[in-house]
Design a protein around this ligand. Sequence first.
Ligand code: SF4
Length: 204
Amino acid sequence: MTIDLIISRLKNRYPPGKFNSRDPFRQLIATVLSQRTRDEVTDRASGKLFSKYGTATALAGADVSDIEELIREVGFYRIKAPRVKEIARIISNDFKGKVPDDVDTLLSLPGVGRKTANCVLVYGFGKDAIAVDTHVHRISNRLGLVSTKTPEETELKLREVLPKRYWRYINELLVRFGQDICRPVGPKCGVCMIGEMCPSRRGE
Ligand code: SF4
């Protein structure tokens, strides 16, 4: 089946390997910091933040000005600093320091949307969930897996068409594929390993 072949080719090129590899709290905070920020910048800033405040309780007690200083490389750091402190306070006070592992409770936290919640489920808890970011949304539409206008619609549609065994992989695979080959502008269709299955393939 086409979807199996697509996933198999992508897995060959981008061997997955980071599920359930991160502490859920750090995954949550890093994903909030990553919004509108490049991966390498997020990694640097979250590394600085966690080296000083590694737990929900520690971050909840931090000064916002100190958090700002540690994360100032990331986009919208002045908005994100009080936000991550508030998330830490809620996790520490209301959830006894443990990040909730269901999407609805995660969505109740400030600044947490579906992509962030699903990233926490996949990478923090190793659960089957579909984290749809701009790459997943764009490429799923180019491949004709979905025909949707928003990432939220794409998530719902992918839940129907993508076998559950692939849910946890799809984010990492399509992010790496989207940075490498199926770029937002100027996709490299001529060297694409799944080009013959793609209705959006462009001639070179
Ligand atoms: S053929 Fe082009 S548009 Fe289709 S998946 Fe490959 S790079 Fe993307």
